[in-house]
Design a protein around this ligand. Structure first.
Ligand code: NAP
Length: 185
């Protein structure tokens, strides 16, 4: 199963200056506990936004960059969107794959996600990068929503959206072969 996980402000903003908008310890804990032991897939900027540009521990990290010279230690490096999809498909057959950003990856991958775990922050964070408004997308419906919770001095809500019609990953022949070989290893 492919699931996106993220937080956004009241304008659907998710980041600025290649960093998060807010410091949210409760939401961080939720993210860590939800994704630990699973696979996470991200764009290069998101990897570089982590402390020391290091991958997330206790998780298989898939990282997309179009630059073939950008290869990071401790991650599965992919350089085309098709290869990114192939790795996500391969891992999603046996595990949950969490799409963890950033904005460009959410835009491309949200249609493939069965669920979006969205922490809504009741504040304007002055964002520079945004995700699409899920409330305006026909496919997406709210399947659960928490009461408002204080995370430090910021009010948040944990919301899960379900995608009524997730897009299927369709790979070119080479990727299919790559993915099948991977599964048999
Ligand atoms: N609020 C949240 O929950 C949350 C979560 C994650 C990230 N963020 C924020 O999001 C921001 C980063 O988002 P972003 O959009 O700038 O970066 P990003 O999506 O993390 O990474 C973008 C990079 O990924 C590669 N890429 C993306 N699509 C590609 C494609 N189709 N083919 C090949 N390569 C592709 C490119 O790398 P190359 O340029 O090397 O080719 C591109 O520059 C930061 O502010 C971060 O803090 C927020």
């Amino acid at each position: 199963m492919i699931v996106a996980i993220l937080n956004c402000d009241e304008k659907w903003g998710i980041g600025k200056k290649n960093d998060l908008l807010f410091h949210l310890p409760l939401d961080m804990k939720f993210f860590r506990e939800t994704t630990s032991g699973h696979t996470v897939a991200m764009g290069e900027n998101t990897l570089l936004s982590f402390p020391g540009g290091k991958p997330l521990k206790n998780r298989t990290n898939i990282v997309l960059s179009a630059d073939v010279t950008h290869n990071y230690e401790g991650v599965i490096n992919v350089h085309t969107f098709d290869d990114f999809l192939a790795e996500i498909q391969k891992y999603s057959r046996k595990d949950r794959v969490y799409i963890i950003g950033g904005a460009s990856i959410y835009r491309q991958m949200i249609p493939y996600c069965r669920e979006v775990k969205l922490t809504k922050v009741h504040k304007d964070g002055g964002a520079e990068v945004f995700i699409p408004n899920l409330d305006e997308m026909d496919n997406f419906v709210v399947i659960s929503e928490s009461e408002p919770i204080m995370d430090g001095d910021i009010e948040i809500r944990f919301v899960t959206y379900g995608n009524k019609k997730p897009k299927r990953i369709r790979l070119k022949k080479n990727n299919e072969e790559l993915s099948t070989t991977g599964d048999k290893r």
